[in-house]
Design a protein around this ligand. Structure first.
Ligand SMILES: [Zn+2]
Ligand SMILES: [Zn+2]
Length: 211
């Protein structure tokens, strides 16, 4: 059976953000290492693209990922749960450097997974970008926003990290959810109208460049 594209099940992913009986503050305690116990050593106040450096116990220099790399690497891990047979995509919603929601793409909760034949359009021979009105797979960004709503978590003023640039439909959702920044890695081939809409709406949209 399909699942909503998210990682709310703690047993299925180490990256889950919240569960139904967990408050947001408590949930933050379960998040992967976004909490910094050694601010000076870890360079937590540095800009998002500055790799943090620290000295390991043995004295050798230790390279640590910058925040963009950190979140994008986690997004790629989340994408592995995607059940769409066309491609696997993920999105994270991040606020104050904490992950507050995650989503991956696939068929709706309680329905047959796309990769098990659940979506006739994806399992057919429609070319990429065509017959999208027939597709029943939810997108990762959509699921990250819906997952936050499911748990009553505000996403206003948050950032969204996604492994693929958002489609026009997700762009509209991101804008209206009050998300103020989008960081994407791969470029979706039909992204120009989406980019223009982000610009007009005042949402920062930037491409993550892997070093
Ligand atoms: Zn699909
Ligand atoms: Zn989309």
């Amino acid at each position: 059976m399909g699942e909503l594209g998210n990682t709310a099940r703690s047993e299925s992913s180490p990256y889950f953000a919240v569960s139904e009986d967990t408050s947001l503050d408590q949930a933050a305690l379960h998040l992967p290492l976004a909490t910094c116990h050694f601010p000076a050593m870890l360079g937590c106040n540095g800009p998002p693209n500055t790799p943090a450096r620290a000295v390991a116990e043995g004295g050798e220099a230790m390279e640590r990922p910058d925040w963009d790399t950190y979140f994008m690497d986690i997004a790629h891990q989340v994408a592995r749960r995607g059940n769409c047979c066309r491609r696997q995509v993920a999105a994270l919603i991040v606020k104050d450097r904490r992950i507050i929601s995650t989503g991956y793409n696939g068929t709706p909760r309680g329905t047959t997974n796309c990769c098990d034949g659940g979506c006739a359009r994806c399992n057919g021979d429609a070319p990429t970008g065509s017959d999208l009105g027939e597709c029943i797979c939810s997108h990762a960004e959509e699921n990250a926003i819906v997952q936050a709503a499911y748990h009553g978590i505000a996403v206003r003023h948050a950032s969204l990290y996604c492994t693929l640039s958002p489609c026009l439909m997700c762009t509209k959702m991101i804008i209206n959810a009050g998300i103020v920044e989008v960081v994407y890695e791969d470029e979706y081939s039909f992204s120009t109208p989406a980019r223009d809409l982000f610009e007009e709406a005042g949402v920062t949209c930037r491409r993550f460049e892997r070093k």
